[in-house]
Design a protein around this ligand. Sequence first.
Ligand SMILES: NC(=O)c1ccc[n+]([C@@H]2O[C@H](COP(=O)([O-])OP(=O)(O)OC[C@H]3O[C@@H](n4cnc5c(N)ncnc54)[C@H](OP(=O)(O)O)[C@@H]3O)[C@@H](O)[C@H]2O)c1
Length: 273
Amino acid sequence: MSELDAPSIALIGAGAMGGALVRGWIEAVRKGGGLTLTVVEPNFDPELERALDAVGAVLNPPDPGPVDVLVLAVKPQAFATVAAGARRFVGPETCVLSVMAGVTIETLARELGAGRVIRSMPNTPARIGRGVTAYVASPACSAQDKALIAQLLEPLGTVEPIPAERLMDVVTAVSGSGPAYVFMLAEVLAAAAEQEGLDKETAMRLASRTVAGAGALMLETGDTPSTLRKQVTSPGGTTEAALDVLGAADGLGPLLRRAVSAAAQRSRDLGKG
Ligand SMILES: NC(=O)c1ccc[n+]([C@@H]2O[C@H](COP(=O)([O-])OP(=O)(O)OC[C@H]3O[C@@H](n4cnc5c(N)ncnc54)[C@H](OP(=O)(O)O)[C@@H]3O)[C@@H](O)[C@H]2O)c1
């Protein structure tokens, strides 16, 4: 992440996601620029406080008033409780960034009295800076707002702009919930290995390291999953025997299409509620 151009930020909620953001911002300030940060959080990590101080960031100024960016990183169900208090950070120039799942731009704009709103959806690998965060911006956001917000989200991993808010349901179903599908893949691969005779612990180590290693290989080589798959598939070999099963008409493809479609539908239903 490049240096921060001394924005003033108010952060509501500094747990797993909010904390990961602050850690990244601290690294950015270490490179140059500055940061004025107001944190509203019952248990703000004292180590982060010390690190902010060490890089010369201004933490919790006495009268923060409207800030450049208001970041909402509480659980969605806590939003109703924090919204009224958060309004004091919003002025005509404030850009609101939410990482809360399912809270719409319309709700954010209404409850916070803000025009410039960015709704984002990170995923769990964000906790170690290896996530992917999709975001959608309200029409009032300028290119400059989007560039700053994309920079502020960088500590969570890669950042993907999405052109329309309705697509956030698909994003939720693919990258938001996606890590769980991959963890399940490791679980069922381990269970299959156990059934073929490996002991439980060895089966789990082989399965989880395979999933992690394959993911890392994909990231580090930049090769497509299809290229990497073909590289390990010799004609008539063992991998091909397995892929014939996984690629069958009732195999992994249709199964995942149904799974993603169910998650996207659930996201739409929750949005209506
Ligand atoms: N974790 C993920 O993988 C993930 C993925 C996608 C989206 N998100 C979104 O990210 C948001 C944050 O998730 P998280 O995993 O970071 O949750 P978290 O670790 O529970 O963090 C939320 C923080 O907000 C604090 N908080 C609660 N009530 C508050 C209040 N009234 N005022 C100020 N702070 C308050 C909590 O403090 P206490 O613990 O003391 O209550 C906690 O430290 C959620 O909206 C979630 O939908 C998370």
